[in-house]
Design a protein around this ligand. Structure first.
Ligand code: SF4
Ligand code: SF4
Length: 133
């Protein structure tokens, strides 16, 4: 069976919350900011002022003093509108370009399976990326 036909069972989130802590911040683009601000019933400007900081030229969500994202409270409190970066994880382009990144990412995300072939990982990541915003 080809990977496209097989179940892409290479990842299952354990909800440990590790990816919501540290790692250089969660990048938010204009669409993310608009969606989260609307969800929180505030303007995009107010949201940025209160919940974003600049990292270079990009906006990232502020963190609590514990290092967790401002929106982490045992779970993601903005789950329906969480940033694209969070929704896509761990299905990202850099894995398609370099499959070893999958195994490196597994070191920080217990939901990532590594006892699968490179070919299967790449096929599954491509499949998950396709059609996603
Ligand atoms: S680190 Fe991985 S397993 Fe843990 S919450 Fe994040 S995505 Fe889920
Ligand atoms: S927005 Fe939600 S999923 Fe993304 S880092 Fe913050 S708490 Fe985690």
């Amino acid at each position: 069976m080809s990977p496209n036909e097989a179940a892409c069972d290479i990842f299952e989130c354990t909800r440990c919350g590790d990816c919501c802590k540290g790692y250089g911040g969660t990048v938010v683009d204009e669409a993310d900011i608009g969606a989260i601000a609307a969800y929180l019933n505030m303007t995009a400007e107010k949201f940025q002022e209160r919940y974003c900081v600049l990292s270079g030229s990009r906006s990232v969500l502020v963190q609590q003093s514990s290092g967790y994202c401002a929106f982490w409270d045992q779970l993601c409190t903005i789950h329906p509108v969480k940033p694209r970066m969070c929704r896509r994880w761990p299905y990202i382009e850099s894995v398609v370009k370099e499959v070893n990144n999958w195994r490196i990412m597994a070191g920080m995300c217990p939901g990532i399976r590594t006892n699968v072939s490179d070919e299967h990982i790449i096929a599954c990541v491509k499949k998950k990326l396709h059609g996603k915003r």
